[in-house]
Every structure is written in structure tokens, then in C-alpha cells.
Ligand binder design. Structure first.
Ligand code: ZN
Ligand code: ZN
Length: 229
């Protein structure tokens, strides 16, 4: 088994990740208007945007898909998302899930107040993942990465995670780590359904996830996870 190289590229509040092995893929695309920053930061890390052969959108929140259209144009890579998030991405809809903590509820109100100012470009979803068999997942071998994309609902209905054969798991907002979201690694402060979040995390752990790469905050080890029981 080869060990993939992982590059964290912070775009505004969102951490995106480039995974490079025999091929190169990108996880998430950050908030709106981050295209140029992406090209600059990727270049500084020695990544040619043209080598990216797939962009996985973990879910349809604008802090993860805001620059999806722009980065797609730059990389010419297809976009993969879950069927439940397809409409959100293709129509650039702004959706905000419920707060799961008092802080999350305050943040939600703040986001809702600025909602009408949030605009981003829609883009087509090329590869749609369904949820019938989450254990099989969508294999990434054809993109030169040992691993799969798995449906991990809870933060949103169509949230996806990437689980590599190396045990590295890219989870979008299924888990969060650090300010302004939360103090340590654990469940998100916004979620459609917290019990479903925990179920999805347990599923990833049972399938061999040992290290988590969240959309907000630093990567962390499975052993440091708080509140998943
Ligand atoms: Zn989110
Ligand atoms: Zn987010």
C-alpha cells in the first residue's frame, strides 16, 4: 500500500485538502471568491491545479462549494457529490442546518442575517453518488487514490466522507475541531441530525478510520475524538 501525500489548503474558514498518490484529487473548494488564493497556495505547495483529476464536494454548504465553479474551470476536473446535494450545487442554494449547541444556534442566527448577501456561482455535478450501499462506497482507484467515498449523513442529508486505505478520513463538517466552531475535536455545532452524525462517525471508525481531516480546524487522531459513544 502506498502512502498518499496530503496537503491542507486553507481557503477562508474552510480547510480543503489535496490528496496525491498515483493521481491527485481535491476535497472541497472553500467559500466564494477563493479561486486565485487556491491557485497561489497550491502552487506554493508544488501542486499544479491541472493535475487534479477529481473534486469531491463533501456537502452543499457555501463555505465548501463557494469556489467550486471557479476551481472546476481552472482544473477542468469533474465534480463528485451526493445525489441529495446535487440540486443545491447546481442552483447555488444557501442552506444552513440547525444549531446543535447554544453557540451553534447563535452562529446560525448570524449566518441567516447575512444570508441574502451570500452569493456563489452554480456548477454542474458530474458524478453523483447514491446511498444504497454505504459500505461499498464509490472507489477512488480510477483516480489513482486507494480509498473510497462513503455516504456519511448527519451534518446534511447528503454529506460524504473520503476514507483512504491508509486510515485517513476526510469528513467535511461531520466532525469539527477548533475555534470558531468548537474547542476540541467532536461533533459539529450545526447538523441536520446529531444522532445520525454519531452513527456515521462510528461507521467510519468501524471501517478503519484512524485520522480525521475536518473542514474546520486541525486534523486529529481518532483517539482524541470527544463525545462519540
Ligand atoms: Zn457544513
Ligand atoms: Zn463548513
Amino acid at each position: 500500500m502506498s502512502v498518499p501525500k496530503i496537503y491542507r489548503i486553507k481557503l477562508g474558514v474552510c480547510s480543503t485538502y489535496v490528496i496525491r498518490d498515483r493521481g491527485t484529487i481535491l476535497v472541497d473548494a472553500g467559500p466564494p471568491k477563493q479561486e486565485r488564493k487556491f491557485v497561489r497556495k497550491a502552487g506554493a505547495a508544488g501542486i499544479d491545479p491541472g493535475e487534479i483529476s477529481l473534486i469531491v464536494a463533501t456537502h452543499g454548504h457555501m463555505d465548501h462549494i463557494g469556489s467550486l465553479a471557479g476551481i472546476r474551470t481552472i482544473t477542468n476536473a469533474p465534480i463528485l457529490a451526493h445525489a441529495y446535494e446535487k440540486r443545491i450545487i447546481e442552483h447555488a442554494l444557501v442552506t444552513i442546518p440547525k444549531g446543535t449547541t447554544p453557540w451553534g444556534r447563535v452562529m446560525r442566527i448570524a449566518i441567516r442575517l447575512s444570508e441574502k448577501n451570500i452569493v456563489f456561482e452554480p456548477t454542474m455535478v458530474d458524478i453523483t453518488v447514491e446511498s444504497e450501499n454505504p459500505h461499498d462506497g464509490y472507489p477512488l482507484d480510477r483516480f489513482g487514490i486507494g480509498g473510497k467515498v462513503i455516504h456519511t449523513p448527519g451534518h446534511t442529508k447528503g454529506s460524504l466522507s473520503l476514507l483512504l486505505d491508509s486510515g485517513d478520513a476526510f469528513v467535511g463538517d461531520l466532525l469539527m475541531n477548533g475555534f470558531p466552531m468548537r474547542r476540541g475535536p467532536g461533533t459539529p455545532i450545526f447538523a441536520d441530525d446529531l444522532e445520525t452524525v454519531k452513527k456515521s462517525v462510528r461507521m467510519l471508525l468501524s471501517q478503519g478510520a484512524t485520522r480525521f481531516y475536518p473542514g474546520h480546524g486541525n486534523p486529529f487522531l481518532a483517539g482524541d475524538l470527544i463525545g462519540i459513544d
